[in-house]
Design a protein around this ligand. Structure first.
Ligand code: GLY
Length: 377
């Protein structure tokens, strides 16, 4: 079918749904995005915007790391195209990340991770606490060690989602906010969605990019085992006396300076369903964890406290590709939603337009969960 005759229905207008919608609308498809709330809210805005596959590499996650690295490689071009299309500044920063240890135990764990990073051929460098502090004076004194990861980037994720919304609409995409989708209706020719007021909308493809809510959409017999992993974070306003220049990951929290004069401190990780309370415990853990590695942040005014839900699959890797006739999954990005945006948008759009599952998304297809009951999510 020519792209101009394709009508693509996207469930979820977070950064993943918006970016896929942008790709497809630019290619000439008719795009409708449905969001249960408002576009770009939730995890897309609460996230800190780290593009840090090397700092966040998990042991035994080398296939995911390859996808993460590819997406980081694509970020500068993705950001330039989005900026050119909208005139927005999305705050891509390439100054690198310090991963730091504040005591002997943390230094031992960091050494182990550093050896794994070296073993994987990553561009990382071990530094003493003093060496790291020479580069980043806002680090705590007396750190037990640091790993310098120069190729990890960050972006202003809140600016990205705002720009994507403008860009989707500029290319004719229709945004339907406050429109929860109850169910999908698989069909190879005319798949559809059912809204919460019972209306049925048909298209040529349906994409599920509903993040932590992906499993609650009926019609797939539990084929998307996605659970919410709550994260709390806070934003502080910088002062002229506080000039942190790098992303800092400590053992208990990360601290991320943004171009708009804020610092994000996060994030907790808890599995307690869709409870979105911001708790005293969450604030305490983030502030204590942030203070241990960047003590100056305690003097900054708090502008925002927030919680959202990372969408995690059973193996904590993203779920990308066809899941039922006419239905495509683009969800389960867990800790890497902002990082994985370009590769997800481009490869899912490619699948919609050509029917080809690329080598990048092949290992992450939903079919890997078929053999096991969805009750085990
Ligand atoms: N990637 C950051 C987080 O999950 O908190």
């Amino acid at each position: 079918m020519p792209h101009t005759e394709q009508r693509v229905l996207i469930i979820g207008a977070g950064i993943i749904g918006l970016s896929i919608g942008w790709e497809l609308a630019r290619a000439g498809c008719q795009v409708d995005l449905f969001d249960r709330d408002e576009a770009g809210q939730g995890a897309s805005s609460v996230a800190a915007g780290m593009l840090a596959p090397d700092a966040e590499i998990g042991f035994e996650e080398t296939t995911l790391h390859a996808l993460n690295t590819e997406s980081r490689r694509r970020w500068p071009d993705f950001a330039s195209k989005l900026e050119a299309d909208t005139g927005a500044d999305v705050g891509l920063r390439t100054e690198g990340t310090f991963i730091v240890a504040d005591d002997r135990d943390a230094a031992e764990a960091l050494r182990r991770r550093y050896r794994f990073q070296q073993n994987q051929g990553l561009e990382v460098e071990w530094q003493s606490g003093d060496e790291a502090r020479d580069e980043e004076p806002f680090l705590a004194p007396h750190l037990s060690g640091a790993v310098w990861s120069p190729t990890d980037h960050q972006v202003d994720n809140q600016a990205v989602v705002k720009a994507l919304q403008v860009a989707v609409e500029k290319h004719g995409g229709q945004l339907h906010e406050h429109t929860p989708i109850e169910a999908v209706v698989p069909n190879a020719d005319r798949p559809g969605v059912v809204t919460n007021d019972g209306a049925r909308v048909e298209g040529s493809t349906v994409i599920i990019a509903a993040g932590a809510w992906s499993q609650s959409i009926d019609g797939l017999n539990g084929a998307l085992p996605i659970r919410p992993v709550k994260g709390e974070a806070l934003r502080l306003k910088t002062k002229p006396t506080f000039d942190l220049q790098h992303v800092v990951r400590g053992p208990e929290a990360y601290v991320v300076p943004k171009n708009d004069g804020h610092v994000v401190v996060g994030a907790t990780a808890e599995e307690k369903g869709f409870n979105d309370e911001v708790t005293a415990r969450g604030l305490y853990k983030n502030l204590e964890g942030g203070w241990e590695v960047v003590p100056g942040l305690l003097d900054l005014p708090v502008t925002c406290t927030c919680a959202s839900f990372r969408p995690a699959s059973r193996d904590n890797a993203p779920v990308l590709g066809p899941v039922a006739p006419g239905i495509v999954a683009a969800t389960g990005h867990y800790r890497h939603g902002i990082l994985l945006t370009p590769v997800t948008a481009e490869e899912i759009a490619r699948y919609v337009m050509t029917g080809t599952v690329s080598d990048w998304i092949e290992p992450f297809q939903p079919a890997r969960f078929d053999a096991v009951s969805a009750d085990l999510s």
